[in-house]
Design a protein around this ligand. Structure first.
Ligand code: HEC
Length: 134
């Protein structure tokens, strides 16, 4: 009995110390492949694909990251499509937030454009803010 309680007394803090950091870590940074790609493929690859890439932008599975990060916009060549850490200078953000001055907001539809649900708009913004990781 005594042995058990001593063991618990000694081990409990160690166990807590090992478990706690993982449990207490704030949400880790978003990454394209884990958090964003599925949504982009579903919402965007219908038009931005190799068959007929609208605005020369390919957003199919496995292709989009290099297309989005470190590449200038064709519509506003002064802007990068994604500037890691900074939505306000990322042309992608302006298209998603419907603040782009050229063309329409994204995604377009047959008759214009329809803003993404706010949680998806927010996901893009947070991914860019987190450093636009692959
Ligand atoms: C129905 C077709 C369609 C869909 C769906 C669509 N786009 Fe587009 N996209 C276009 C067209 C057409 C253009 C060029 C004209 C414009 O900007 O309105 C364009 C332009 C763009 C540009 C500008 C590229 C540049 O280099 O300047 C970006 C960025 C973009 N789209 C991102 C997206 C994203 C992200 C999605 C999904 C959320 C999406 N698009 C969904 C048709 C589409």
């Amino acid at each position: 009995m005594k042995k058990i309680s001593i063991a618990a007394f000694v081990l409990a803090p160690i166990v807590m110390w090992v478990i706690t950091p993982a449990a207490a870590t704030p949400d880790s940074a978003l990454s394209y492949s884990a958090d964003v790609e599925t949504m982009v493929v579903k919402r965007c690859a219908g038009c931005h694909n190799t068959e007929d890439p609208k605005a020369k932008l390919l957003l199919e599975k496995g292709l989009a990251y290099e297309q989005l990060v470190g590449r200038a916009s064709v519509q506003v060549p002064d802007l990068q499509i994604v500037v890691p850490g900074d939505p306000s200078t990322s042309y992608l953000w302006h298209k998603i937030d419907f603040t782009a001055e050229v063309g329409k907001g994204m995604p377009r539809t047959l008759f214009g454009s329809k803003r993404l649900p706010e949680e998806e708009v927010d996901l893009i913004r947070r991914w860019i803010e987190d450093g636009a990781l692959p």
